[in-house]
Write a protein that binds this ligand. Structure first.
Ligand code: DOR
Length: 442
């Protein structure tokens, strides 16, 4: 008789062969069998009857603030939020204090995460004018997700705004370069629109669609010249999606749940600076174009761009208020609600959150329910009727722009390499997240 460490019984699993009711057997942290496991025994069993078993959801864009800004978030609170939200792995951004720009900075973050991170993790190496010559070497370090470039200034001081330095970054190494595309020159030219105080409704006027498109065009032109693929983060405009659809051979594309859910001007009237992020939430025309790009397959991945700031900071008058909002914990419930509303399929969601990250970042052993892969599962109840509240938020800052939003669909368990980390809203055991493993070639 077959024996396993864990069996998930009778769940409806989203596998590469389709959606099917099946048992899944786990041994030594990996998926060992998929199918009817009948009389097989296991140390632990989960009755997944009535539940949907997804491959572990991977959030490839979060900001967790450690080191240096732990009063907003740290690796323990940020990853607890991920686990509560059904996320099994996160890629964390380099705009901490100090910025993550060296081999020592990556090693420091990995050491801080050990024994404190609830979920698996990797860290982006920030590109800067003074570390370009090391990028090809350091991007290969274990636990490094790839390279991050800020073309326009946002939170923190990381910035590569000129074409010559960008071309040097693109010429070095092979890992995926993830880029925040807002044109720094145009941002500076238009800053006068909000300087001295304005309503946050003006945020998408200052950082307008042209600001984003201009940077995306420049980046993709340089990427083509360098024959290097780039990953365009949080794409927010109809015009960029049209452009990127013509450049898929060099660009992969991310958008965010908040850009798919909120729209200007309503969100600024209702939430004020709590709706302020970079690039901004835009009007319904852009939001519709993002949904069309999801439907057309132009979008490869969704990232939460989880970017916590305290209420005290967010309550400052615009534009002194910092940009960013929490998101890692609300990504799954929001998107399940969109699935239930018929805006995308469950299969497309798995493609965006599991296959997409694995394909773009060359992740080893994650991203699908298949024998031999890590036993990572996001177990969801597609019928659960719940309300997102600030009280549920694990992030140190304690708020979400979706407070009070009623959703259908909720994560009920997070399983990472065969260990149950969250069940029915309770974190279980101790933090045992590990670095995500990556392939050695481009
Ligand atoms: O709104 C944002 N907040 N956009 C970014 O690019 C950075 C982020 C943050 O770290 O606060």
């Amino acid at each position: 008789m077959q024996t396993f460490d864990l069996i998930l019984r009778n769940g409806t699993a989203v596998t590469p062969s389709g959606i099917a009711k099946t048992d899944i057997g786990v041994r030594d942290g990996r998926i060992a069998a998929i199918g009817d496991l009948g009389a097989a025994s296991a140390a632990d069993e989960i009755d997944a009857w009535g539940l949907t078993v997804l491959p572990g959801i991977i959030d490839t864009q979060v900001h967790f603030r450690e080191p240096g800004l732990e009063y907003k978030e740290d690796l323990a609170t940020g990853t607890a939020a991920a686990a509560q939200g059904g996320v099994v792995a996160v890629f964390e951004m380099p705009n901490t204090k100090p910025s993550t720009t060296s081999d020592a900075d990556i090693a420091d973050k990995l050491a801080r995460a050990k024994g404190r991170a609830w979920v698996d993790h990797a860290f982006f190496l920030g590109a800067a004018a003074d570390n370009v010559e090391h990028l090809a070497e350091w991007e290969r370090l274990p636990g490094c997700a790839g390279i991050k470039v800020f073309m326009g200034s946002s939170t923190g001081s990381l910035l590569v705004s000129d074409d010559a330095t960008l071309a040097r970054v693109l010429a070095a190494g092979f890992r995926r370069i993830a880029v925040h595309c807002e044109d720094e020159e145009r941002l500076a030219e238009r800053k006068h629109l909000v300087e001295g105080g304005a309503h946050p409704r003006l945020h998408p006027e200052w950082r307008d669609a042209e600001t984003a498109l201009k940077a995306t065009r420049r980046l993709v032109g340089l990427a083509e010249a360098a024959r290097r693929r780039v990953h365009v983060l949080h794409v927010t405009t109809a015009e960029e999606m049209a452009f990127l659809a013509d450049h898929k051979d060099f660009a992969t594309v991310e958008t965010t749940p908040q850009h798919l859910t909120l729209a200007a001007p309503e969100c600024y009237d209702r939430l004020g600076t709590y709706a302020q992020m970079n690039p901004p939430i835009r009007d319904a025309r852009h939001r519709e174009a993002l949904w069309q790009a999801v439907a057309d397959g132009v979008v490869d991945v969704l990232g939460s761009d989880h970017a916590p700031h305290t209420r005290e900071e967010k309550d400052k008058p615009y534009p002194q208020s910092p940009s960013g909002m929490t998101g890692v914990q609300t990504l799954v419930p929001l998107m399940l609600d969109h699935i239930n509303a018929g805006r995308l399929s469950l299969e497309r969601f798995v493609d965006l959150m599991c296959a997409g990250p694995a394909r773009i970042f060359n992740i080893r052993g994650k991203g699908r329910i298949a024998v031999g892969y890590d036993a990572d599962f996001t177990v969801v109840d597609m019928k659960a009727d719940r309300v997102i509240t600030n009280a549920w938020i694990e992030s140190r800052c304690g708020w979400t722009p979706f407070d009070g939003k009623r959703v259908t669909g909720w994560p009920t368990a997070t399983i990472i390499r065969g260990r149950m980390v969250m069940r029915d809203g309770q974190l279980l055991g101790s933090p045992a997240g590990e670095p995500v493993r990556f392939g050695e070639s481009g």
